[in-house]
Design a protein around this ligand. Structure first.
Ligand code: ADP
Ligand code: MG
Length: 499
């Protein structure tokens, strides 16, 4: 994120504005705080360029001025965590100096997220929004009723590390990353809905949150509702119990962007699916952006109503693959650099080779290793990595590898590895090649690109085709089924009858 454009941040004024104001607001009465805030705003305007002031401070409100034993303290209420973090990061000195200039003495500024306390925005000239106090808001959570323009993350605090800049892009996630960037650029227009799916720990939540940040960066007043699907389900159930469906609907349908993480949780929840269907339609018809993530593509979410499946496919459905080796290396290096240490190549390689399932584990391994090294004072060597990460490395050890698959397939079908990797397309070669690709996807964590790479640099669509073909054949052809079951058994990964 670029630093904000500000002037004279942190430059204390030599003389306070007006008279010294020790008494202003020290009783904490709202009027005094209000008066104090008006003057602090004036002082802030003198320190910050007008656009930045309008963006970050127009809706904020100074709540209390207090003087506990530790010294004078004021608290500033802001709309959302995003604003809170932004002001803390970039404007603390400006705020402190502005307050100092008004109160005539140094004081600590606490920034708190309190949407209810903030000032509703003036009617936006750019875009028409529903009236701020519209709707049957009595039963709705306060955060959305009066406050347009907030990141209302009911159960989730957005993680500031989850930005596009911090996301390592590789072949496995390039497309998903580009689609997320595109959705954030023109919410409701480019890809709607944006449906992102992939296994656990591959970066779905990271991209979803990065998308929210990118929208807020362009338009801090965008009303983004970000939540886990579980929260949606729970809110719906309590709205049913409390007879407050109107409040529920007001809340969910008056937003510019609805982001629901882990939407596969809707599986087997008939009534919630029904409600979500209507939420989806209302927002979609109003041109609002919907962003969803899931552990599987829409059609594979068990019992998901067909009409939801088809709606989820209206926009952009994209998969994030587990990262390939090179991406894993880049992630390991980035994560250690972020923590202020450079890992030697051999150590980074060990981690990237052994932990290939999940970026979260990869990250955990780096953190654990660095922590271990600084605790024990030992240098970052391969030996230390094995000592610190023993169990993590072991957990990934023993699963069949590509080599195991290739040797099982070549001996079963009497073909050579070079033939599997060749361009030859006779059935006696293509069938074993496709079975090998199927097995690789089934029992290893290699990405489509990696599997394609093992078989003579074929691209991912060839692998998708092969997997699809073999999946169908095991269902329709008992001979193929027998072959595949035999191979799985030999590789120590029996099918348990679930082919
Ligand atoms: P998911 O939601 O798919 O289960 P997350 O988004 O929670 O996965 O990602 C798990 C962790 O891995 C997070 O800390 C995230 O920042 C990190 N991560 C995942 N992919 C990447 C990537 N490509 N670059 C950097 N960090 C990543
Ligand atoms: Mg997630």
């Amino acid at each position: 994120m670029p630093p904000p454009d500000s002037t004279a941040v942190g430059t204390p004024l030599d003389t306070p504005l007006d008279a010294p104001a020790h008494d202003v607001g020290t009783q904490g009465s709202p009027r005094d705080a209000e008066e104090c805030w008006t003057r602090v705003q004036e002082a802030l305007r003198a320190r910050i360029v007008p656009e930045q002031f309008d963006t970050w401070f127009l809706q904020a409100r100074l709540l209390v001025v207090d003087e506990p034993e530790t010294g004078l303290e004021v608290s500033l209420a802001v709309l959302n965590t995003y604003t809170c973090d932004w002001i803390s990061k970039y404007y603390s000195p400006a705020v402190e100096s502005a307050v100092h200039s008004v109160l005539g003495q140094k004081c600590r500024v606490r920034i708190t997220v309190d949407p209810e306390a903030t000032v509703p925005p003036a009617p936006a000239p750019r875009e028409s929004r529903p009236p701020l106090d519209s709707g049957p808001s009595a039963g709705a959570p306060p955060a959305l009723a009066p406050g347009a323009g907030l990141l209302w993350n009911s159960d989730v605090v957005l993680n500031h590390k989850y930005t596009f800049e911090n996301f390592v892009v590789g072949p496995c996630n390039r497309f998903a990353h580009a689609a997320a960037v595109g959705s954030g650029e023109r919410p409701g227009k480019n890809y709607n809905p944006f449906f992102l799916h992939g296994r656990v720990g591959v970066g779905k939540t990271h991209l979803l949150q990065a998308l929210c940040f990118s929208i807020l960066e362009r338009d801090p007043s965008a009303r983004i509702l970000y939540l886990s699907c579980e929260t949606f389900v729970n809110h719906f159930i309590s709205a049913l119990e409390n007879g407050d469906l109107d409040g529920f609907r007001t809340k969910y349908r008056n937003v510019d962007v609805l982001v629901v993480d882990d939407i596969h949780i809707l599986a087997n929840k008939e009534r919630t699916q029904e409600e979500f269907f209507h939420t989806f339609n209302t927002l979609y018809q109003a041109g609002k952006q919907l962003v969803l993530s899931s552990d599987s593509p829409p059609k594979d979410i068990p019992t998901l109503q067909e009409r939801l499946v088809s709606r989820f496919r209206w926009g952009m459905v994209t998969e994030i693959e587990p990262p390939c080796y090179e991406t894993r290396m880049a992630i390991v290096k980035r994560k250690s650099r972020d923590q202020g240490r450079e890992l030697p190549d051999t150590v980074a390689q060990l981690i990237a080779e052994q932990i290939d399932q999940n970026v979260r584990e990869l990250e955990g391994a780096v953190t654990r290793l660095l922590g271990f090294s600084s605790l024990t004072g030992k240098p970052l060597t391969l030996e230390l990595a094995r000592e610190a990460l023993g169990d993590l490395l072991q957990a990934n050890h023993g699963a069949p590898t590509m080599d195991d698959i290739i040797s099982a397939v070549t001996s079963k079908y009497g073909v050579k590895l070079s033939e599997l990797q060749s361009k030859r397309r006779t059935k006696s070669i293509t069938h074993p090649r496709q079975v090998a690709m199927f097995l690789a996807r089934r029992i290893t964590r290699h990405s489509l690109e990696e599997v394609g790479g093992f078989f003579g640099g074929r691209d991912h669509s060839t692998v998708i085709y092969a997997v699809d073909r073999v999946s169908k054949a095991v269902r329709s052809d008992p001979e193929v089924r027998k072959q595949v079951e035999g191979l799985l058994g030999r590789l120590g990964a029996p099918s348990d009858g679930r082919l």
